[in-house]
Design a binder for this molecule. Structure first.
Ligand code: BGC
Length: 369
């Protein structure tokens, strides 16, 4: 059976041959992988900047954004049936008794750092033909969203962040939902940094939630990215022609920044313009570049004097997967064209090298088995 793997010791990325997995417990499920998305994390792993093989192995099978079909189930499996479409979660709990997050099934908040992640950290991933997993990590997807269901995992990033934004905004007792663009102080003006898949899915999730969304990215205004953003009711401001000051003037009080660009210099520059009672969410994991100079006094004054909240968010729990599955259905109904256009290419597994080297452009590229 074919699998795409990185071999860090020899710094190679290869299509390898592996033994098909077998069910080894009653709660296990065998999955046939249908589609596996490629993201920035995969490209970093393939450049040997991130990721690690399972203990004792010299290779890591990559792939963590997926859509699969159930082909076999263990004797006690009750959550899924043969033929179901499923999206498995990525992170698996650490073994420590004292890690309350993992013991509660919320390994996305793991305290010890000893969690594993399929296709990323010490556990093989999904870019292969067959996979075995425990039923507790599977999320059933309705067939109506099959064509875009590979976007569930990247959308969970936004869903987890949004759940936390809602919690923070509850501190404003007049309520934020159902606001109109003219309602100043209704905490509904969001800026999304970056127009890759995480940014665009975040922008859609925010627009669906009633936010007035502005996407800030480097592609030119009037281009296809801008058109896509505008097609789901968000505004587009191009970093190629507009400064961050201009962005801030256009938006007004920035109630929320959803960072999906992975570049700290840009992010902290934008943080200077976060509005009163604003929330800034980081989702990107930047590489280690040169340190940048930031005006920490200014940021600290704003944080305190303007009641601001800054938080980071990684990975996602079952609730975020369920929300993502529900929301993708809603996006498809409301913005069918825009939602479908996020998946820009389906490729055979043999195209793995070009895909991982970033030689194939587009928004979300997918390996289809
Ligand atoms: C994945 C997350 C993962 C994170 C850090 C992201 O690309 O979507 O599930 O937790 O990388 O490894």
């Amino acid at each position: 059976m074919k699998a795409v793997a990185v071999i860090p010791k020899s710094r190679r990325v290869e299509l390898i041959d592996v033994e098909p997995p077998e069910l080894s417990g009653p709660s296990q499920v065998e999955l046939r992988m249908l589609e596996v998305g490629i993201c920035g994390t995969d490209k970093e792993i393939a450049a040997f900047e991130y990721g690690s093989p399972p203990p004792g192995a010299d290779h890591l099978v990559i792939g963590h954004e997926s859509l699969a079909e159930v082909v076999d189930v263990g004797a006690s499996v009750s959550r899924v049936r043969r033929g179901d479409l499923v999206v498995p979660t990525v992170r698996r709990p650490c073994p420590h008794e004292h890690c309350v997050a993992c013991r509660e099934g919320r390994q996305d908040f793991c305290y010890t750092g000893d969690f594993t992640e399929r296709g990323i950290k010490e556990r093989h991933g999904y870019m292969t033909e067959l996979v075995v997993d425990d039923e507790s990590f599977l999320n059933v997807v309705p067939p109506e969203i099959r064509e875009v269901a590979v976007l569930v995992e990247p959308l969970t990033i936004a869903e987890k962040a949004l759940a936390q934004v809602r919690q923070v905004q509850q501190r404003l007792p007049w309520g934020c939902a159902g606001s109109t663009p003219s309602d100043v102080g209704r905490c509904h003006r969001a800026v999304v940094l970056g127009a890759g898949p995480v940014g665009l899915l975040g922008a859609m999730a925010l627009a669906a939630e009633g936010f007035q969304v502005t996407v800030f990215s480097r592609e030119p205004s009037g281009g296809p990215k801008a058109a896509l953003v505008e097609s789901f009711g968000a505004a587009y401001v191009s970093g190629a022609t507009d400064s961050i000051e201009t962005l801030a003037t256009k938006v007004g009080n920035i109630d929320l920044v959803y960072e999906a660009v992975g570049a700290s210099a840009v992010a902290f520059e934008v943080m200077k313009f976060l509005g009163v009672n604003g929330v800034f969410v980081f989702t990107g994991v930047p590489g280690r570049r040169k340190p940048v100079t930031i005006d920490t006094d200014l940021l600290m004054r704003h944080l305190v004097l303007q009641n601001q909240v800054v938080f980071g968010s990684v990975n996602a729990g079952r609730d975020a997967f369920e929300a993502a599955i529900r929301d993708l259905g809603r996006f498809l109904e409301r913005w069918p064209q825009a939602t479908r256009s996020l998946v820009t290419g389906r490729h055979p597994v043999d195209a793995y090298a070009e895909l991982l080297a970033g030689k194939i452009g587009g928004i979300k590229n997918v390996v289809a088995f």
